[in-house]
Design a protein around this ligand. Structure first.
Ligand code: B12
Ligand code: SF4
Length: 505
């Protein structure tokens, strides 16, 4: 069969700071290609809808597989499926990915017959099975594990048998110059582990994977790295290097191969402090950038998010990362009930530290515990606003004032790390990148004001809403059972291991 795999457009955040290759869709494409299908891949973060329809006409696929990790992409993907079916009614349209897994039924309802099936969970084993069923007996699609169609729903999805036997089809994305994060321009992405053992109340990374945590074989990690042309590498793990032995084994394999790369990763403050020597070693191997999800600078906030880390530890981790000479970015979650004084406290703090301080807005997503507890109070059900840059819960300040304060606080980042000052500080790097024909980083320095604008954010709320998110049916008096949120099933061995990893130290 001819198969087209598609990743939807980028969201607000990717207009400035980064654009990364769609690793999940690349893995699905690799699995489908290995099963013998003629496979193409299109990334709408770096291409247009016109490119998509042109490819549809030229390539004439039998199946289009959409990756949908982001809730804000729901309207785009539903509309693309409708248009695809209108032009080519016999094409299979299938949607999978993180957010698709939590919203499968409502996606099918919005699409009114234009999405043939939604796949919940991991796609490596499911996608080839879907294609076989479509070819042999389309009416049996809904009997497959993790598959939902308008006819019904198969058994729950299962974990794939191994993370080690498939590498992403990076070669199917020709325009790799487009992928970057800050000065790592260009940058490829890689996965060393999958899942997260913690259970923060605002996050769905752990519910998707049934709170499991799996590791890729260190030799395979190094082999995959060796096959990457780019110098810059974004490690996509939710929490990198939870287990020092794994991080050290990957480092050993990298050293044996003499690989020289520059890395970005995301981790937690307590993991950094627990595995200090490992991070020193990775700094020597080329670790340049680190993202720490602090989320709050007060103990009350950390407790509410169930971060399971004491405030002091987070600040200690910041100091430690600074001492290593690693560039650190941190995230703080702005709550809709913040007033001017609260924003002011955060601004002063952000100005007083050397780190890049990123501010996101508290957003209860399907798949999180907070979705069950807070969704009733949503002020909007427009999927497009669920990108953690918009307020979807009632704000204490008038909405316009909230966005003005939010953007003023995000401006600290602009003042400290972008614009003329940044260009001066990075003149040599910028010149080198431009000479190599890499323009992403230099463009990033000037874009802040055109993207982060309170008027733009406010006007997004006034757009007509074509598709409305479905609210959960929950009893306000009942305690949330997180296991009911899981996409992949939990297992008791993983639960025991998690208890050890996540205990506060
Ligand atoms: C890496 C990452 C990013 C990268 C994106 C890389 C890219 N181009 O896709 C960056 C840093 C850019 C990013 C940005 C954002 N992210 Co992000 N990101 C992740 C992260 C940590 C890992 C994703 C990943 O690559 N995993 C590895 C691959 C192999 O797995 P995968 O993509 O899930 O694919 C598997 C399955 O989903 C499935 N699958 C995927 N596609 C398809 C398609 C078909 C047909 C099938 C059958 C199956 C299938 O099979 C794949 C293989 O098993 C996830 C958390 C997580 N654990 O999922 C958050 C996550 C997806 N991000 C999230 C958010 C909120 C964002 C931002 C909005 C944040 C912001 N600051 O603005 C932005 C928006 C980016 C955008 N689209 O423009 C949320 C999503 C919330 C939601 N429900 O919408 C998540 C879940 C994090 C969280 N803790 O809540 N992100
Ligand atoms: S530690 Fe990070 S990835 Fe894990 S549950 Fe908390 S926020 Fe999500």
């Amino acid at each position: 069969m001819k198969v087209l795999c598609v990743h939807p457009s980028g969201l607000m955040y990717t207009e400035i700071f980064l654009r990364l290759e769609p690793l999940g869709v690349e893995l699905v494409a690799a699995a489908v290609r290995r099963a013998g299908h003629d496979t193409r891949l299109l990334d709408l973060q770096a291409a247009t809808h016109r490119d998509y329809f042109r490819l549809l006409d030229d390539f004439r696929p039998d199946a289009v597989l959409f990756g949908m990790n982001y809730l804000a992409n729901v309207p785009e993907v539903v509309d693309l499926c409708k248009e695809t079916k209108a032009r080519h009614p016999r094409i299979l349209t299938c949607v999978g990915g993180h957010s698709a897994s939590f919203t499968a039924r409502e996606l099918l309802a919005h699409a009114e017959g234009s999405i043939d099936c939604v796949v919940r969970g991991e796609g490596e084993e499911a996608a080839p099975r879907v294609l076989d069923a479509w070819r042999d007996d389309p009416k049996s699609l809904h009997l497959l594990d993790g598959v939902i169609t308008l006819d019904g729903e198969g058994p729950p999805p299962k974990q794939i048998h191994s993370l080690d036997d498939l590498r992403p089809a990076r070669d199917l994305l020709p325009n790799r110059k487009k992928y970057f994060i800050g000065v790592l321009d260009p940058a490829a992405s890689i996965e060393f582990s999958r899942g997260c053992p913690w259970d923060c109340s605002f996050c769905s990374a752990w519910t998707f994977y049934g709170r499991s945590y799996r590791k890729v074989n260190p030799e395979i990690c190094a082999e995959d790295l060796a096959s990457i042309r780019e110098q810059g590498v974004f490690i996509v793990d939710d929490v990198a290097f939870i287990q020092a032995e794994h991080g050290n084994a990957i480092a050993d394999a990298i050293e044996r191969r003499g690989l020289k790369k520059r890395y970005y990763l995301e981790t937690r403050g307590d993991v950094l402090l627990r595995n200090k020597e490992l991070f020193v070693r990775w700094k020597k191997l080329g670790l340049e950038y680190m993202f720490l999800g602090l989320e709050a600078i007060d103990a009350e906030g950390l407790k509410a998010f169930r971060k399971r880390v004491p405030l002091g530890k987070n600040f200690e981790a910041l100091e430690y990362a600074r001492s290593l000479g690693i560039m650190v970015a941190v995230n703080i979650i702005a709550d809709p009930d913040w007033d001017e004084a609260r924003f002011q406290v955060i601004r002063e703090w952000a100005l007083s530290v050397p780190e890049i301080v990123n501010i996101s807005v508290n957003t209860p997503y399907p798949g999180t515990e907070t979705f069950l507890t807070d969704a009733r109070t949503f002020t909007t059900r427009d999927y497009r606003l669920f990108d953690i840059q918009h307020a979807v819960l009632p704000t204490k300040l008038p909405l316009r004032r909230f966005y003005e304060e939010l953007v003023k606080t995000q401006q600290v980042l602009n003042k400290k790390h972008l614009g003329i000052a940044a260009l001066k500080a990075t003149a040599a790097i910028s010149a080198r990148l431009l000479l190599q024909g890499q323009t992403n980083f230099v463009k990033m320095l000037w874009k802040f004001n055109s993207v982060y604008d309170p008027r733009r954010q406010l006007s997004d709320h006034a757009q007509p809403v074509k598709y409305e998110m479905k609210l959960p049916v929950v009893s306000p008096t009942k305690k949330v059972d997180p296991r009911k949120l899981y996409v992949l099933p939990p297992n008791s061995k993983a639960a025991q291991a998690n208890a050890l990893i996540t205990r506060e130290t």
